[in-house]
Design a protein around this ligand. Structure first.
Ligand code: 4AD
Ligand code: MG
Length: 431
């Protein structure tokens, strides 16, 4: 049986059709009941006239509560004043499951209440629009890499060691083998993949036991990480800007309707086109000082610092060559200045901050071994990683883009908790 959905109503004007969905809202006007049906693809006003339907149907239309699941039948009419532009001249109404006292009503609710009811909140117009944008963004990300010669390679989630510092590890007992950790990043495995396949990307959930309670931090988030053999920091930045342009422009084009639902002003997003500005960490520090921030050279940027830096530009800015101390052990040092890491962060405008972190990797065996020791990382767990520098080591680079921060930025949201179906944060692991 071919099911008709609200999205495809334009193909059925004047026809008698059956639709299934949920009661989104209803109102009455004397002898008329207006039921707004929601089917996941759109909204449709279904009109029941007292005179033209049975007593039973009219009484049912009056009785059922918000989010009751229903089947409706009627004739499709063009009605420019109705949401979506169509209306159903309805005759039949059957109830699949009658609901009453749905907790999320059209009135305002507090954020904690909504987060507690996330399983239901996802049904609301805005949340559904965000999920559709997230989905389209994921597809754009995959399309970009798939069409540019990258192979998707899935890294393990359970890992024997840290990748991004030991302070944010989730650990668990792993049978007789001691501790295992939830992965913070697929990068180290992507490096093995790049040596095997040239260009790879990983895309999956990553975990950070973040103690920070900010609007940018989740404890479980999705990251996409390309890794390229025979590439340096410049190549990495070239890739990052081409990638960002593609994914943002694709979502703007393909999810225009949803962005309108979110009332997103897309002016600055339209600017996400190559070339993106590139500045050094040192230049970024000068920007902060010019803006009267008493910033200590050598520190990492905080959220407010990133906002001030990115506000100087009309599109995302790439900040490169950070002091090595604030960056990860695997980053290659700048041959021109050993104190600097060949790292890049991409900062999104409008206060969204870091969405991409990347670098050229240390490719020399002895230097990498020294870094592992300096960071007090367990050498045994990194023997395989060191092997990559023993057998045909080459310059290579990559980056990681945080999916939720990117969704938050594109959608113009003020917290990442709305960008993932069921967010995990320091103070929330339900529903
Ligand atoms: O800068 P990060 O820590 O870089 C890495 O993990 C590298 N291994 C990536 C690579 O070179 N392959 O994280 C990359 C991105 C950040 O820019 C941010 O967008 C996102 O991941 N991210 C988070 N998103 C939400 N919640 C958190 N707690 C996040 N931590 C990082
Ligand atoms: Mg980072």
């Amino acid at each position: 049986m071919q099911k008709i959905s609200i999205r495809n109503l334009s193909e059925h004007i004047g026809e008698e059709i059956t639709l299934q969905g949920w009661l989104f809202n209803k109102r009455s006007s004397g002898k008329i009941k207006f039921l707004i049906l929601r089917d996941g693809t759109g909204y449709l006003q279904c009109v029941y006239f007292k005179g033209s339907v049975s007593e039973e149907v009219f009484e049912l239309a009056d009785r059922i509560g918000q989010e009751s699941s229903i089947t409706v039948r009627g004739k499709v009419k063009v009605e420019p004043r109705a949401p979506g532009g169509y209306e159903l001249d309805a005759t039949v109404l059957t109830v699949i499951s009658e609901a009453h006292d749905y907790p999320i009503t059209p009135k305002e609710h507090g954020i904690e209440f909504l987060m507690d009811h996330r399983h239901l909140w996802l049904r609301s117009t805005k949340q559904a629009a965000i999920m559709r944008i997230r989905h389209r963004l994921i597809k754009a990300i995959r399309d970009f890499f798939d069409n540019n010669g990258f192979t998707l390679m899935d890294p393990p989630i359970l890992t024997p060691a840290a990748c991004e510092g030991t302070s944010t590890l989730f650990e668990t007992e792993y049978f007789d083998l001691g501790k295992a950790y939830l992965t913070q990043s697929g990068q180290l495995y992507a490096e093995a993949g790049a040596m095997a396949l040239g260009k790879v990307y990983t895309f999956g959930p990553t975990f950070r036991a973040e103690k920070s309670k900010t609007r940018r931090h989740l404890t479980e988030f999705w990251m996409v990480e390309p890794e390229v053999a025979f590439a340096n920091l410049n190549d990495d930045m070239d890739l990052a800007e081409e990638f960002l342009e593609y994914i943002v422009q694709t979502v703007l084009k393909e999810r225009e309707e949803e962005l309108k639902v979110l009332e997103r002003d897309t002016t600055l997003l339209q600017n996400v086109k190559r070339p993106l500005p590139r500045i050094t960490y040192k230049e970024a520090v000068e920007i902060l000082r010019k803006n009267d921030i008493d910033f200590q050279y050598g520190n990492d940027f905080g959220g407010t610092d990133e906002t001030i830096i990115s506000n100087q530009f009309d599109r995302p800015v790439m900040v490169h060559r950070y002091p090595a101390e604030v960056k990860a052990f695997y980053m290659k040092r700048d041959p021109e200045n050993e104190k600097l890491a060949l790292a890049v962060d991409v900062l999104a405008p409008e206060g969204y901050g870091e969405i991409i972190g990347g670098s050229q990797r240390e490719d020399d065996y002895n230097t990498l071994l020294k870094r592992i020791e300096e960071h007090n990382l367990p050498r045994e767990a990194f023997e395989w990683y060191l092997d990559l520098r023993k057998y045909g080591s080459v310059p290579h680079a990559g980056f990681g883009l945080g999916l939720e921060r990117t969704v938050g930025w594109i959608c113009g949201l003020d917290h990442v908790r709305e960008t993932i179906p069921f967010p995990r944060m320091i103070y929330r692991n339900t529903p």
